[in-house]
Ligand binder design. Structure first.
Ligand code: CUA
Length: 327
């Protein structure tokens, strides 16, 4: 029914209906009360006009009435609040096992990198029916990743990772916009998300262009930058052993415990002194300005791959590197 009405973008993600449902409820409730108020204004104006009621009676407070007009709106607002929070938490928490795509935003383009190493600019290919998690960072200003058909929008910030996710439910090509003013060509910072049937996506993946998976590239960098001289996998090096740390709590020198997530790894590369792991000395040099956003993401992907159960090709590769480093 709405298909030819340009008022609504297509609904192409699992959460799209929920967002629209909440929106429709808000509109319906607002329309209902607006109408009610206007009708009552006219009804009362006619009913209590001066020629019929020359001396109106003052009402000096009424507890039931006041309770009613406080509790009923409160109840209605709570429905919006509860439903809104539910959608928010669903959107804020990427499900386990989601396929990950790394995103670097810059003035004025979107760069995507798949776990398998394929890179794209202003186009993102994803398979139908899988959860897709975006791990995003900006090289310059604040941008915002906005795909109306998926009903998701998330800011992309310089200096840290943010994430969002979606579950595409319909094959097609959907608009990607930057939704945060980021300079002269902000309006041109657009792209496409292409949802494909899984077999077509596999065919697209094998179409080439990849120079090793993201984790493999990260592993190479790990050697090139000399990380492997201190972060050893065989004996205890001068830096912590990075096997199986991802997603786990880490005890710090100052007694705090933090979870080793993407942002923690990023910070530890760029600003190693910020969080020193308990039992280690603050000797690691900073890599600020020496590692590009893309290379940072490769390093993060590599360190993550050291913590996954050996199932995919990336983790097998990582596991193999662990043993070969040990010789
Ligand atoms: Cu990037 Cu606006």
């Amino acid at each position: 029914m709405w298909k030819n009405l340009p008022l609504f973008p297509e609904r192409a993600s699992a959460l799209a209906w929920q967002v629209d449902g909440l929106y429709f409820l808000l509109v319906a409730v607002s329309a209902f009360f607006t109408l009610l108020i206007f009708v009552l204004i006219f009804v009362f104006a006619v009913k209590y006009r001066r020629s019929v009621h020359p001396h109106p009676v003052q009402i000096e407070g009424s507890l039931p009435l006041e309770l009613a007009w406080t509790l009923i709106p409160l109840g209605i607002c709570m429905i919006f609040f509860a439903w809104g929070s539910l959608i928010y938490f669903q959107e804020a928490r990427p499900p386990q096992g989601a396929m990950e795509v790394y995103v670097v935003a810059k003035q004025w383009m979107w760069k995507f990198e798949h776990e398998t190493g394929q890179r794209e600019i202003n186009q993102l290919h994803v398979p139908l029916g899988r959860d897709v998690k975006m791990i995003m960072s900006s090289q310059d200003a604040i941008h915002s990743f906005y795909v109306p058909a998926f009903r998701i929008k998330a800011d992309v910030l310089p200096g840290r990772y943010t994430s969002t996710w979606f579950h595409p439910t319909k094959v097609g090509t959907y608009h990607l916009f930057c939704a945060e003013y980021c300079g002269t060509d902000h309006s041109g910072m657009i792209g496409q998300v292409i949802v494909m049937e899984p077999y077509a996506y596999q065919a697209w993946l094998s179409g080439g262009g990849a120079t090793g998976s993201l984790a493999e590239n990260g592993q190479q960098l790990f050697q090139q930058l000399g990380c492997s001289t201190c972060h050893r996998f065989d004996t205890q090096g001068r830096g912590p052993n990075l096997t199986n740390i991802f997603g786990k709590p880490v005890l710090l020198d100052d007694g705090r415990t933090v979870v080793a997530d993407e942002n923690y790894i990023r910070e530890s590369i760029l600003n190693p002194g910020a969080k020193i792991v308990s039992g280690f000395k603050p000797i690691m040099p900073t890599f600020q300005g020496q590692v590009s956003e893309e290379n940072l993401m490769a390093l993060v992907a590599y360190i993550k791959s050291l913590s996954q159960p050996a199932s995919g090709p990336a983790s097998n590769q990582a596991a193999a590197s662990v043993s070969s480093n040990g010789q």
